[in-house]
Every structure is written in C-alpha cells, then in structure tokens.
Design a protein around this ligand. Sequence first.
Ligand code: ADP
Length: 264
Amino acid sequence: MSQKPPPKQFIKNPINGTKFTLLISSAKGGVGKSTVAVNLAFALQNLGLKIGVLDADVYGPSLPKLIDLNEKPKSEDGKALVPVEKYNAQCMSMGFLVDEQTPMIWRGPMVISALKTMTQKVLWKNLDILIIDMPPGTGDTQLTFAQEVKVEGAIIVSTPQDLALLDVKRGIQMFDKTGVKIIGLIDNMSFFKGDDGKEYKIFGEGGVEKTAKEFNKDFLGKIPLNQDLRNSADKGDPLTRSNPEHEISKIFLEIAKKVKINLS
Ligand code: ADP
C-alpha cells in the first residue's frame, strides 16, 4: 500500500545557520512590532547570545532605519546572500535590496517568492537565535510563512486596545493551526508615565494579559510608551543596545530571559 505524503503544511524548512528561530508577529500594523523585535534581539545579545535579525516585512521594511544601515548584502555565487553586520548582529531586510523610496506594489506570489529567498538563501553563520520581524496581519503571506518555515516559536505583540486584540485572537489561531508554538504575548504602549508620576492608560488596560489567559498562553510583559525608546528607534541605535541600563531596556531584558528559558 502506498503511503500518503504528510499534509503540505507540515513540510517545514528550517533556516540554516541558526540554533533557534523566533517570529515576532502582530496581527495589526503600527503596534510597535518592529521596535519590539529589534530591542528584544539586542536584549538577547546582552544575555550573551549571537543574534541575527531578519526583517520579513517586505511591504514596509523598517530594519534599515531601526539600526541605521543601508548596505547592499553581497553575494559570492550570485544566488545566496551574505547578511550585513551591524552592532555585532547579522541583519537582512528587503529594505537593503530595494530603494527606500520605491513603493512595494507586489502581488502575493512575488512577496512569497521574496520571502523564500530571505528564508532559504541567506547565509546566516553560527547564530544562537534568529529574530524574524514578520509582516503584520494574518493573511496569505503570514500563513505561508507559518506553514513552510520551521521555527521554534512566535511572540505576538499588541497594544491593549480592543480593536488590536480582536486581531490578536486571529493571530493566536493562525499559529495554533499551523503548529507554531506561541512563546507568549507582549503588551506594547501599555501606559504613559507622566512627569506627575501617574500612569496614563492611553490604549486601555490589561487586554493583552487577559487575552493570553483566555487562550492559555504566557504573558511576557508590558512595555510602556516611552520617548527614549522612540528616539533611539529614530536614531537607528536600539535602546537595549545603546543604553542597557535604561528602565525600558531592563523590561526587555526580563522578557529576553523568559524567551531564553522557554527556548532552551
Ligand atoms: P509596527 O512594526 O507594528 O508597524 P513600529 O515598531 O514601526 O510598529 O512602531 C510604530 C511607531 O511607534 C514607531 O515610530 C516607533 O518608534 C513607535 N513605538 C513603538 N513602540 C513604542 C513605545 N513603547 N514607546 C514609544 N514609541 C513606540
């Protein structure tokens, strides 16, 4: 009797050159996913891990700006790309390959083909962990990614707003259905601490933690709205790297410790 091949979604290709691969995802744009991805990556570096960052947000790549890098990756054989090094991290982004001003008016299949190149044709070297900044949402691109790339886990970033939380539930379901382990949820822009010492809950309160509980997932932590975090992102030097002693960097470090334990 001939054996049936396993369902397609379970044929997942690992990314070579890294021990662990971690997706940072958000079901909605503008919640700070890229900022969290990059700062978490450098918090993991502060724990002694050798890190790589892959910006898979092909429509709106932000890594070049977040680490102030705009160098074309080299290729020795015309096929595989050598990641670009910055701050002792190996980096790759669609933004290194296309002009910053060029609008990405690609259709789904082109995006998927670009993602295949980014996941299969990049020569990562001896990484402990590769952090992948995913495109926002739960559409075809994200689904293909979750189905075809072998990863050790995913983190979902959200603001506490009801509107964002609805999408988070979709994100959780997408990873659950595709067999991707959810390491946990992060609440970004949780509150703003005024000069008066008061915490202002601009986007609501506690929703991400509640959603984590509802779906039996870990809650990894809350990151406040903070001007230094925004400034460092705009300057292209992530806060966790430029100022590891900052109170916000310490929050990222605590989250990084949880991630490290969870992965090992
Ligand atoms: P996404 O990747 O979800 O689209 P970004 O990481 O690009 O979001 O963040 C959107 C904007 O919000 C950026 O200007 C970024 O600097 C800012 N930002 C993100 N998180 C915070 C935060 N916790 N405090 C202050 N600004 C933040």
